[in-house]
Write a protein that binds this ligand. Sequence first.
Ligand code: TMP
Length: 214
Amino acid sequence: MGQAPATRAPFISLEGGEGSGKSTQIRYLNDSLQALGKPVLTTREPGGAPGAEEIRALLVQGAPGRWDGLTETLLHFAARRDHLVKTVNPARMAGRWVVSDRFADSTMAYQGFGQKLGPEIITRLYDLVVGADGPDLTLVLDLPVEIGLRRAVGRGGVEDRYERMGRDFHERLRQAYLAIAKAAPERCVIVDASGSETAIASQILAIVTDRLLS
Ligand code: TMP
């Protein structure tokens, strides 16, 4: 889980529960970084590479109970490996900043705590699959479950498998995200996602500037 070598461009992940506004904030951050002359690649998990996008469909569609917790975790890490090898690492080596909508903290929060697999298996798989290639900075968008789920359900669509997992599940993952961020302050910053889009975007840009541009 070490630091990226100086030759690689930065890697930023945005994390949070359903409807926390990650996609909107990634658009703002992409625009701001481009305006500063930084080449940026925005991507997402599960997905972000052709093979990983195929695995995504297995994960985000269908009945909430279609996988046991470990199978589901292995699918997320298989998708993540493909994403890292095909998309994230090559972009960083070519000098492009990578901004990803979710990364491995999602597996810790959703499968480790939401689905109660526990943190040990996730940590072991992280070391095997990600190693030193993880994000330099992670922004955790925090929002009350009620508000996030209302927004997410309002969007509709077929990718609703996790949205249907029940209120307790979503409460557990909110608390997990807060704990993950507090345990790794050198990498993670919690952002209150209940304000206006533009206010949150300014806050995120200030954090990125402070951590990666100064
Ligand atoms: P999205 O809705 O943010 O695109 O993410 C797809 C869903 O996948 C979302 O409900 C969270 C879930 N997910 C996990 O359960 N574990 C993971 O490791 C990742 C990356 C996403």
